[in-house]
Write a protein that binds this ligand. Structure first.
Ligand SMILES: CC(C)(COP(=O)(O)OP(=O)(O)OC[C@H]1O[C@@H](n2cnc3c(N)ncnc32)[C@H](O)[C@@H]1OP(=O)(O)O)[C@@H](O)C(=O)NCCC(=O)NCCS
Length: 182
């Protein structure tokens, strides 16, 4: 049994990419291939000083991770897409009324190894994202959540629904665009 005290959340930076790469890519396998980030995209989050990368560790094990970047970032260019309406995922984020104000951090990915789920690690990662983003001067964080544990965590931490996204970016699933005021 892992107690919350044994979970350590830390920010990861460019120089740590090689150290974390393999374990992060293993966690990324949780995602459907459609939603999985390419290694070079994840590395770009590590390399971008405006992005926030958090890892959850238990001892020397990496058991969860989170990547976020300002909504204006081009880090999402190689993510989902294209659809009929949007050429890139970044075009999709331009729908946010705060786009261009440089005040919003977008949580692109949150994942915890399945054998460690349900122990508060996802919640701890989201809480730390709010703390770091606020510290960096951001006013909001946003994310797209499927109606599952990630949406439950967001609602529990006070995120509010901005809009429902039917067949989110062509995935066939309905997501909610959620925002937390910091
Ligand atoms: C989403 C995810 C990161 C959550 O991590 P976690 O460490 O299990 O999260 P926590 O233990 O902090 O909290 C999970 C909460 O969701 C609840 N939950 C679990 N499954 C749920 C579901 N299908 N629907 C709603 N709530 C659910 C749990 O009961 C728990 O609630 P509580 O805190 O009120 O007790 C993890 O499940 C995951 O990696 N999923 C696959 C990837 C993914 O979908 N990521 C999100 C989109 S980017």
């Amino acid at each position: 049994m892992v107690t919350p005290a044994q979970i350590r959340i830390k920010e990861a930076h460019s120089k740590e990419w090689e150290e974390y790469k393999q374990r992060i890519l293993e966690i990324e396998e949780i995602f459907d291939p459609k939603l999985r980030e390419e290694p070079e995209t994840i590395k770009a989050f590590f390399d971008d000083p405006q992005a926030i990368v958090l890892v959850a560790e238990i001892g020397t094990n990496v058991v969860g991770c989170l990547y976020a970047a300002p909504i204006e970032s081009n880090l999402f260019l190689r993510g989902l897409g294209p659809t009929k309406e949007y050429k890139t995922f970044s075009d999709f984020l331009k729908r946010d009324s705060n786009f261009g104000k440089c005040n919003t951090m977008y949580e692109s990915s949150l994942a915890v190894l399945s054998r460690y789920e349900g122990r508060g690690i996802g919640t701890a990662l989201d809480r730390e994202l709010a703390r770091v983003a606020k510290d960096d001067g951001y006013k909001f964080i946003t994310a797209h959540n499927a109606p599952d544990a990630s949406l439950h965590i967001a609602e529990k931490l006070g995120w509010k629904k901005v809009e429902e996204c039917k067949n989110w970016f062509g995935t066939g699933e309905d997501y909610c665009y959620m925002r937390l005021e910091l």
